[in-house]
Design a protein around this ligand. Structure first.
Ligand code: SAM
Length: 447
């Protein structure tokens, strides 16, 4: 593998990769990952890396722009890494996401191409293309005595200052500037470092939470609370402490610096309370569509027993409990289990059992009729697929945020032989990026 530093290529861009780059082919048939390309463009590009089996290149000039090339709604797109697909038209974003899902089923899941095409529905777009996020994370960098707070740059190493972020809803966009200004002042004056800064906002409840991620060391708690409080009307300011090396970082503790110490959102008619490090979908409107797809697909009834694995703070547990006789819900992250208990209690729901622990180790000892699994990017552990396959359930809704691990797991389900996929619906929870959420409905083969 080497950096060739500069061969020039003229390329017609073909399609998007599952990532920031587009894909083109040289006259010799070599695959080129093209940074800055839009499918349909004719570009002059400069090779930045020869990896042996493929090349990487950066667009230097667009000779013929694709009809799907649009002017990004944010002037910082291109420098800021938050919106790698901002130059793609919305229809092209959606068709490219569907194509990524089909491609993963064929390449990784070994599905027949026609079967994969038939299974995968058009990518749904439930939310607005901008202003949809309830959360962003700001990066921190120190350069000598000066600190910078902003978004990760497209190069993956720099931090780009952003005055506002159009991924947040209108009135919350400017919070980015206030929060980063206040915390840059604090970091410079007190020689502090942050790992990152989380900002969660809700258009629906009005909650604004600022989460300061730091190492567990001396920290000016009262001063931080005052400086953030003077800059932003936050309903909660918390400090999340982490320990361990960067790749295996663990939460060492959580301190409430001011306000409620959690963030609330309304979703699907329920109130969800979420602690700073607990997972919650960043697109609330999109997450409501996931709930609908799961409930439509499973058609739960009051006689049903349900299982919700990787349940987080209860996005699917609460609606399942409203419709089923009983729900066993498993979540490995302690603060999220506590959030779930409080969410159930507040909702007056008594027919759900929150189980703290690994989904495989704590697999509920029950015969479920309907099952939801919503694992992190790594997908399901092989033993979880085996245990699910031994369940008498009539249907499983698999909510996935990674087409590659979904495809791998569907191949494992096929090998077990008990469940088969009926539909795969991509849902665009992350417009302007390549990420795609998918709801796959599996039914028992003998039903
Ligand atoms: C994609 S989130 C989904 C959460 C929830 N269903 C929701 O929609 O908000 C995945 C969840 O799985 C949890 N998790 C990760 N690994 C796990 C494991 N091995 N066993 C159980 N839960 C796990 C994470 O803490 C996270 O809350």
């Amino acid at each position: 593998m080497g950096v060739t530093g500069g061969k020039a290529l003229r390329l017609r861009v073909e399609r998007m990769a599952y990532g920031a780059d587009a894909i083109a082919r040289t006259d010799d048939g070599e695959t080129v990952f093209v940074s800055g390309g839009v499918p349909g463009d004719l570009v002059d590009a400069r090779v930045t890396q020869d990896a042996g089996t493929f090349l990487r290149a950066r667009v230097e000039s667009v000779l013929e722009p694709s009809p799907d090339r649009v002017r990004p709604a944010c002037p910082l797109a291109g420098a800021c890494g938050g919106c790698p697909w901002a130059s793609l038209s919305r229809p092209l974003q959606l068709s490219s996401k569907r194509a990524s899902v089909v491609d993963s089923l064929v390449r990784i899941g070994r599905f027949d191409p026609d079967e994969a095409e038939g299974l995968v529905a058009p990518c749904e777009a439930p939310s607005a293309p901008w202003g949809y996020r309830n959360k962003i994370e700001l990066a921190f960098a120190r350069n000598g005595r000066r600190s910078i707070i902003g978004m990760h740059g497209t190069d993956g190493t720099s931090v780009v200052k952003v005055p506002k972020c159009p991924l947040l809803s209108g009135k919350n966009q400017a919070l980015v500037k206030s929060v980063s200004g206040a915390l840059t002042y604090l970091a410079n004056s007190d020689r502090l470092s942050f790992e990152r800064i989380g900002l969660r906002v809700s258009e629906r409840t009005g909650d604004v939470e600022v989460a300061l991620w730091t190492r567990p060391e001396a920290f000016p708690r009262a001063r931080a609370a005052k400086i953030v409080g003077d800059a932003v009307k936050a309903t909660s300011v918390v400090r999340v402490m982490t320990k361990g090396a960067s790749k295996a970082r663990k939460i060492a503790g959580l301190e409430v610096l001011s306000g409620k110490g959690h963030w609330k959102e309304w979703i699907g008619g329920e109130t969800m309370r979420v602690s700073a490090p607990s997972f919650f979908q960043v697109n609330t409107t999109g997450a409501e569509r996931l709930q609908e797809l799961v409930l439509e697909g499973l058609s739960p009834t009051p006689d049903d027993e349900a299982m919700d694995l990787y349940c987080g703070a209860g996005t699917f547990t609460l609606p399942l409990a409203r419709r089923c006789g009983y729900v066993s819900a498993v979540e490995s992250y302690g603060p999220a289990v506590r959030d779930l208990r409080r969410n159930l209690e507040r909702a007056g729901i008594g027919n759900a059992d929150p189980i703290g622990g690994d989904a495989g180790l704590e697999f509920p000892d029950t015969d479920a009729d309907v099952i939801v699994v919503d694992p992190p990017r790594a997908g399901l552990a092989a033993d979880v697929v085996q245990k699910l396959s031994a369940q008498p359930a009539r249907a499983i809704a698999y909510v996935s945020c990674d087409p590659a691990t979904l495809a791998r797991d569907l191949a494992r389900f096929r090998a077990e032989g008990a469940f088969r996929p009926l539909s795969v619906t991509p849902v665009d929870l992350f417009p302007q990026t390549f990420h795609v959420e998918t709801v796959c409905l599996l039914s028992r083969k003998d039903k």
